[in-house]
Design a protein around this ligand. Structure first.
Ligand SMILES: [Zn+2]
Length: 120
């Protein structure tokens, strides 16, 4: 079964960069958009939620250690770290949804990659 399929409206929830959650537009009789149907949180597969949660904890620990000697840049680093983590989580979530099996090490590598990129 497709977890991203809305049974009520018989269509798929999707998510673009600007959207906070998965959703799909609800059309009226004339085909105009009358509103949005948001995907309920419990429709997200548990494995995705768990991977994102675990990945976040591990990435946070590792990057805190790396930044230990850069206290003066703490605020900036913290924002960059947070951003890298968000991007990594989003990336990993989409990979898992696409059927990829990823380990926590993969999450770390992705976060490291984005972190380096932000600091270029
Ligand atoms: Zn719906």
């Amino acid at each position: 079964m497709d977890s991203y399929f809305c049974e009520q409206h018989q269509t798929k929830w999707f998510k673009t960069g600007k959207m906070k959650t998965y959703a799909h537009p609800v059309k009226g009789a004339n085909g105009e958009t009358t509103g949005w149907c948001n995907m309920p949180d419990d429709a997200v597969p548990t494995v995705v939620k768990e991977a994102v949660k675990q990945g976040a904890v591990i990435v946070e620990e590792k990057m805190t250690k790396e930044d230990w000697d850069a206290k003066d840049q703490r605020t900036r680093k913290s924002i960059e770290r947070q951003k890298a983590l968000e991007i990594a989580n989003e990336y990993v979530k989409n990979k898992i949804i696409a059927g990829k099996e990823l380990t926590y090490d993969d999450v770390l590598k992705v976060a490291d990659h984005f972190y380096d990129w932000i600091n270029k």
